[in-house]
Design a protein around this ligand. Structure first.
Ligand SMILES: [Zn+2]
Length: 490
């Protein structure tokens, strides 16, 4: 029977690295880009006798995530050991939380703007299409990073022990588009609240998806098939589209599905079975004897005082505070880091906010994509970009000249926008000088002037070109055109 005749149930488990300076149970530095195996100590290497010390900030950030997602915070939360043997976990157990996690229940709003483009959406209230129920959020430590080569593997324990939040949804999603919107909404909430950078490409946010199918009318859920470690939203969507079709075809052919874990190969566009059946009891969870349970009440009180705004509130504020049109505000909110950059750029009132938004959303984003550089690595600071927009507004450079200035600032971040423009020979021409130059060009081209006066507007550009050719320093062509039009009174 057609895929549409099956009820699809999807659940997502999202791992999110928390922005902390240090690891979860020791004082080693957390973060990317360090020499492998340099941020390690006896505790995160699982040496005998080394004891864990809790990272309170990571606990607070997890509680913050829980409060933002309307979770209940149990009064007591405890730590459990999840036992398994694998080279990415030198202790042979992961410190995690099983039955008393930091956050329970709650829900994730599916923001309208978080759906893939061209999705047909039902009517939404305040930009939220619906809320997806959460099961819980727990805190654990990340495993080390394994890199596999032909015949051998390398392990980097720098990542081992990094605070990792696991956000587990109820089986409450029904389409691959919803799964995409769930990931996007959640990611932007985490970035907006400063909980995680949540960059999926860097593995700061990773997701496991599970999906089951059952014929319409059947109460009991079908066998749950899980795909682990999916590293982009579009890959999650593709994996689900594939898996739903695959399961439907097998069910049609009378092949019963078995609870199992499959590996999604995004390049090949298919999933292959890895292992069947795996339950919590396989891990022999037990309470961690080294860590005492947490009394959450004082932490909750503290976190409540620092609750930040959520993406939809931010969108509203961008429109009210900066007078941005809804499309710009939506675009900025759907990329939290870009939004923070924009707000930083508007701080000193160097240029109109609408222009700054245009530059951030169009020019800067374009250059970042072209150079394949993330915003965090962008050499041009928000304040320097605001200066550049400012000199465009003052007429020192035209928009296209400003692109060249931006390139120079990119290569030499120490140069200010004005200095970079200066080096390229772009200066705001002296008004009197420019006027006399325009007069001279007009006097030298009486035929063209005659035709412009007779209505040939195109020739204005040609006259502008002539002024641009002789003018030194190079003026803003827009300004030249304005002067010509004013002189000819057309
Ligand atoms: Zn350590």
């Amino acid at each position: 029977m057609p895929v549409d005749d099956y009820l699809v149930t999807i659940g997502l488990e999202v791992h999110c690295q928390i922005n902390t300076a240090t690891k979860m149970f020791c004082t080693c530095r957390a973060g990317f880009g360090y020499e492998p195996n340099t941020n390690v100590c006896p505790t995160c290497l699982g040496m005998p006798g080394a004891l864990p010390v809790l990272n309170e900030y990571a606990i607070e950030r997890t509680i913050l995530a829980g409060l933002l997602l309307d979770c209940r915070i149990p009064e007591i939360s405890k730590w459990d050991r999840k036992n398994y043997f694998y080279p990415d976990m030198p202790k042979n157990y992961q410190t995690s939380q099983l039955d008393l996690p930091l956050c329970m229940g709650g829900s994730v709003p599916l923001y309208e703007w978080a759906f893939p483009p061209h999705t047909k959406l039902p009517a939404s209230q305040d930009g939220v299409v619906r809320r997806v129920q959460l099961d819980h959020i727990h805190l654990e430590e990340d495993a080390a990073k394994l890199t596999h080569y032909a015949g051998y593997s390398l392990v980097d324990y720098n990542r081992g022990g990094t605070p990792l939040m696991e956000i587990v949804s109820a089986p409450d999603l029904h389409t691959p588009d919803e799964a995409y919107a769930y990931l996007k909404s959640l990611q932007q909430m985490m970035i907006c609240a400063g909980i995680s950078h949540a960059d999926m490409e860097k593995g700061e946010m990773r997701c496991d998806v599970n999906v089951s199918l059952r014929p319409k009318g059947q109460e009991e859920l079908g066998a749950k098939i899980e795909m682990k470690n999916i590293n982009s939203m579009s890959a999650a969507r593709r994996a689900l589209i594939y898996e739903i079709r695959r399961q439907a075809e097998e069910l049609d052919a009378g092949i019963a599905q078995v609870q199992s874990t499959r590996r999604w190969d995004d390049a090949l566009g298919e999933s292959v079975v890895m292992r069947t059946k795996e339950n919590a009891h396989d891990y022999r969870y037990h309470t961690c004897p080294d860590l005492i349970p947490i009394h959450t009440a004082p932490l909750v009180e503290r976190v409540k005082q620092n609750i930040q705004e959520l993406p939809n509130a931010r969108r509203q504020r961008l429109m009210e505070e900066y007078g941005l049109p809804s499309a710009d505000a939506t675009a900025l909110v759907s990329d939290g880091e870009l939004c923070t950059y924009f707000e930083a750029a508007t701080k000193e009132n160097k240029a109109p906010t609408k222009k700054v938004a245009n530059w951030v959303l169009n020019t800067l984003s374009g250059v970042l994509a072209e150079k394949n550089v993330s915003l965090a690595e962008c050499p041009v600071s928000p304040s320097a970009l605001a200066d550049l927009v400012g000199i465009v507004e003052q007429g020192v450079v035209s928009t296209s000249q400003a692109r060249e200035v931006l390139e120079l600032m990119w290569a030499h971040p120490e140069k200010s926008a004005a200095d970079a423009a200066d080096q390229l020979g772009y200066k705001k021409a002296d008004a009197g000088e420019l006027e006399s130059m325009v007069d001279r060009v007009l006097a030298e081209n009486p035929d063209m002037v005659e035709l412009v006066r007779a209505g040939n507007a195109k020739l204005v550009n040609a006259l502008t070109g002539k002024v641009m050719k002789v003018a030194q320093p190079k003026p803003n062509p827009k300004l030249v055109t304005q002067l010509i039009l004013a002189r000819l009174k057309v």
